[in-house]
Design a protein around this ligand. Structure first.
Ligand SMILES: C[S@@+](CC[C@H](N)C(=O)[O-])C[C@H]1O[C@@H](n2cnc3c(N)ncnc32)[C@H](O)[C@@H]1O
Length: 338
C-alpha cells in the first residue's frame, strides 16, 4: 500500500538519484507518483520533464523496492538525450533567447557586463540576490544519508555545495560596476557575515539610510537542529540616493515570509515572490525601472511586472536561464499588461 511514509521514502530515493546523476539538469527533471508493479514486486516511478506550463514528457522508469533501494534506473545518457529533444519539442529556447514582454526584459548573460553598459543613475531600484559564494561541500557530503528521519518527520539534509553558479563573487567588484547605475533605492541580499561589508560599500558609493533588513523564514530547513538554533533568517542590505522618496508606509525592517517549497522552486535559492513584490512596491514607484543583474529564477522580473514596474534581469547560467525564462513567460502571461 502506498502510505504517506512510503510515498515520501520513494520520492526521496528518486530525488537523491536525480541530484546525484544529473547535477547539471536536475532542475529540468521531475517524476510521477509511484505505481506498484505486482509482477516485479516493486514500485514503478516514471521520470519526466518538469511541467513548465506544458505537459510533462516521460524520460524513462525507475523500479524501487519497498525500502527505497533502486533496482532499475534509466540510462543517464538516454535521459539527457531525451531531455534535449524534449526541450526542442516544448519550445524551450536552447539558444537562450531573451524574454521581452511589455517593459519586462530577461536576458541570458553576464549582468555585471550588461550593467556596465547602462548610463549612470538610470535605474530606479536595484533589487538583487548575488551568489554569496559561501556554499561548500561538507567533508561528509558523500558519506552521510541526505534523508534523516526523527519522530516520523521527513528531513532532507541540505546540500553544502549548490553548484558552479554559487562561485564566489566579490562584493567590491560587482558593486563598483552596478551601484553607480542606481538613482534610487538599492536592495541586496547577502550572507549574514557580509552585512558589514555591504553596508560599508553602499555608504562608500554615496547611498544614505543604509542598513540591514531581515527576511524571517517561517519554514526554515531544520538543519543541525539538535546542535544549534536553526537558522531562520536571511540578511538584506538596503540604502538609497539622498532625496529618494519612500512610500511613507510604516513598515518594520523584518519581513516574514515562507520559503518556496522544493516542489515550487526551480532554483535552489529562489526567493519568495510575495517578499520580492513587497520590496518592489516599497522601494520603487509605478513605471520605475528595476534591475536585477543576478536574476536566478527571474523572481524580481516577475515581481516588477506584477507591481507595474519596468524591469531588466540577467541570469548567466544557461540551464538555469532556460527554466527561469519559461517561468517568467508563464507567470507574466497571467498578468495584465502594465
Ligand atoms: C542567489 S541566485 C539568485 C536567486 C534569485 N533571487 C531567485 O529568486 O531565483 C544568484 C544567481 O546569479 C547568477 N549569476 C552569478 N553571476 C552572474 C553574473 N555575472 N551575471 C548574471 N548572473 C549571474 C547565478 O547563476 C545564480 O543563479
Amino acid at each position: 500500500m502506498l502510505t504517506v511514509e512510503r510515498k515520501l521514502a520513494l520520492r526521496s530515493a528518486v530525488n537523491e538519484w536525480i541530484s546525484e546523476t544529473f547535477p547539471e539538469h536536475r532542475w529540468l527533471l521531475s517524476h510521477e507518483a509511484p505505481i506498484y508493479d505486482a509482477d516485479a514486486g516493486a514500485w514503478d516511478v516514471v521520470l519526466t520533464t518538469k511541467r513548465n506550463g506544458v505537459a510533462a514528457i516521460p524520460l524513462g522508469s525507475l523500479l524501487i523496492a519497498d525500502d527505497g533501494s533502486l533496482l532499475v534506473t534509466p540510462s543517464p545518457e538516454a535521459v539527457v538525450q531525451l531531455l534535449s529533444a524534449s526541450n526542442e519539442a516544448t519550445h524551450v529556447k536552447p539558444e537562450c533567447l531573451p524574454v521581452l514582454r511589455d517593459g519586462c526584459e530577461f536576458h541570458c548573460g553576464d549582468g555585471i557586463a550588461a550593467a556596465a553598459a547602462m548610463p549612470d543613475r538610470s535605474v530606479d531600484l536595484l533589487l538583487t540576490d548575488p551568489p554569496y559564494g559561501i556554499s561548500r561541500r561538507y567533508t561528509c557530503e558523500n558519506q552521510v544519508p541526505r534523508r534523516l528521519r526523527s519522530n516520523g518527520a521527513d528531513f532532507i539534509m541540505p546540500r553544502g555545495y549548490f553548484g558552479a553558479w554559487d562561485e564566489a563573487i566579490e562584493p567590491e567588484a560587482w558593486t563598483a560596476v552596478v551601484l553607480p547605475k542606481v538613482a534610487g533605492w538599492a536592495v541586496a541580499f547577502c550572507a549574514q557575515a557580509q552585512i558589514g561589508i555591504y553596508c560599508d560599500l553602499f555608504s562608500d558609493h554615496g547611498f544614505v539610510a543604509v542598513g540591514p533588513m531581515v527576511w524571517q523564514k517561517t519554514n526554515p530547513v531544520p538543519f543541525n537542529h539538535r546542535y544549534k538554533p536553526v537558522n531562520a533568517w536571511e540578511a538584506i542590505v538596503v540604502g538609497k540616493r539622498s532625496g529618494t522618496p519612500f512610500g511613507g508606509e510604516m513598515v518594520h525592517n523584518v519581513f516574514v515570509h515562507k520559503s518556496p517549497s522544493p516542489q515550487q522552486r526551480i532554483h535552489p535559492t529562489q526567493k519568495p515572490l510575495p517578499l520580492i513584490a513587497e520590496f518592489v512596491r516599497l522601494f520603487s514607484e509605478p513605471g520605475g525601472l528595476v534591475l536585477d543583474p543576478f536574476a536566478g529564477s527571474g523572481t524580481t522580473v516577475i515581481a516588477a511586472q506584477q507591481q507595474g514596474r519596468r524591469s531588466v534581469g540577467y541570469e548567466m547560467d544557461e540551464v538555469l536561464f532556460t527554466s527561469a525564462a519559461e517561468r517568467v513567460l508563464r507567470e507574466t502571461a497571467r498578468m495584465p499588461l502594465s
